[in-house]
Structures are given as C-alpha cells and as structure tokens.
Design a protein around this ligand. Structure first.
Ligand code: F6R
Length: 242
C-alpha cells in the first residue's frame, strides 16, 4: 500500500488526477471505477478540465460506479446517478451507454444486483476510485460485511446515514438501504486509489493501514491488494504511527 500525504484537498485531487490522466493517455478504452461523496469532487473537476483542455478523451472510456441508494428515483437530486451526471458526466464526452451505475430504483433489486455483477465480470477496472466512510466502509460495504461479497443490497449503518445527512433536508430523508459493489468485486480492480481528508477520517485511515485485516474495518482488506495508493491530507493522516 502506497500512502501519499498531502497538504490539502486540492493537492489530493491533483495527485489522483495525475494517475487518471496518465492512464487515459495510454489506454483510450480504460475502465474506471467511480465513487460519489465529497472526496472525489475535486478530482472530477480536474477530469472535466482535462477534457475541456483537450488532454483527455473519454469517448472510449467505460465507467462503473460503486453504489446507489435504494428506492430513490434516479432523478432525485441526491441519487448517485444525479451526483455523477452533475459532477462529472455532463462535463465530459463519455458515452451514455458506457456509464454503469447500480440501479437502485428498480422493481427487482436482487435481479439488478445480479445483472450489475455480470456486467462487472465482463470488464476489468483499471483504476477504482474509493472514498472511505468514517466507520471504515468502502463502497457501501459496512463494517461486518464479508470480504467475499459481490454486488449486493445493504442496510446502511446509522453512522453512515448521519454522515450523509448533510446532503438531505433531514435524517428521515436519508435512504436506509443501498446497492453496492461488493468487496470481492472492488478487489478485482487492477489499481485502487483511495481518497480521504479531514480529522473525521483519521481513525478509519489508521485502522485501514495499521490495524489487522478485519471484516469490522472493510477498508483493511486493501492491505491485501498489491496496487493501492492512499492519498490523504495531514488531518486524515494524523493518527498514523509511521
Ligand atoms: C460513495 C461511497 C462511499 C464514500 C464514503 C466517503 O460512492 O462508496 O464509500 O466514498 O462514504 O464519503 P465522503 O467522500 O463524502 O466522505
């Protein structure tokens, strides 16, 4: 696991962007695994700028998102579908048919999980972008999730709902369930870049890097992947021993 400690959010975004730019210059038809939330927004801004400046072309790129809230219409402002269109897809030339996001507002959720996993199995993600929950979740794989999971339905922990309340009017509006790519699916990515800033993430970062590999800290499984880059600011790194 390579750990890069930077001064602030912008520097974190720049570092992450360099990896994406390098990949997409080399491999036009790369497959990107994408996350939502606050952590990758700066990276996505740079990815849009890269397109506007003519540095990156996304016309052959495929994307897979990690997760989606359950039973939230995809048109809802806080659906991850809306988030991705607002923060990235509307600003780049990725083709609609190359965008994959778990379907959270379908009728048969189990079937939708199965279909997403089948699609994932036909691809290899070149770079997977991850954030980390303050409880150590990756995707929406909450503490206690088996490391063996593929795409599945989850009940969100109250801590996660509280952390995400900032995007909604009230806690009652925060969905209780989601569909997420499983840990096994995430681990198949060739390279993983995990982003985190702020004191709120310090304990999760410490447990992920220095703690035992334990299903109670889902992100700790990344210790077993051979190409992980963790890019964090000084606050998120503040509890690390080394
Ligand atoms: C989002 C996701 C989550 C977030 C995590 C951190 O698609 O899978 O694991 O990455 O909750 O969220 P932020 O970046 O908002 O702190």
């Amino acid at each position: 696991m390579k750990v890069i400690i930077v001064k602030d959010y912008q520097k974190m975004s720049n570092e992450a962007y360099n990896f994406i730019e390098e990949l997409l210059k080399e491999k036009k038809d790369a497959v990107l695994g994408l996350a939502t939330g606050s952590s990758p927004i700066g990276l996505y801004k740079l990815m849009v700028k890269g397109y506007e400046d003519g540095v990156i072309d996304y016309s052959k790129v495929k994307t897979f998102n990690l997760d989606e809230y359950l039973d939230l219409p995809k048109e809802h402002k806080q659906s991850y579908y809306s988030f991705m269109h607002e923060n990235l897809f509307k600003g780049i030339n990725v083709l609609k048919e190359n965008i994959n996001i778990p379907k959270g507002d379908g009728i048969d959720h189990l079937q939708d999980c199965k279909m997403y996993e089948e699609l994932l199995n036909k691809h290899i993600i070149d770079i997977q972008i991850l954030g980390i929950g303050s409880n150590g979740h990756i995707g929406f794989n909450e503490p206690g999730t088996s490391f063996d999971t593929t795409t599945h339905l989850v009940k969100l922990k109250e801590k996660t709902r509280l952390d995400n309340q900032r995007f909604f009017e009230s806690i009652d509006e925060v969905p209780t369930h989601a569909i997420t790519m499983g840990i096994k699916s995430i681990m198949k990515s060739k390279k993983i870049i995990l982003l985190a800033t702020g004191k709120n993430k310090a304990e999760a970062i410490k447990n992920m890097i220095e703690g035992p590999v334990d299903e109670n800290v889902p992100a700790s499984i990344l210790q077993k992947h051979d190409d992980v880059v963790v890019i964090i600011d000084e606050q998120a790194a503040s509890l690390l021993k080394k």
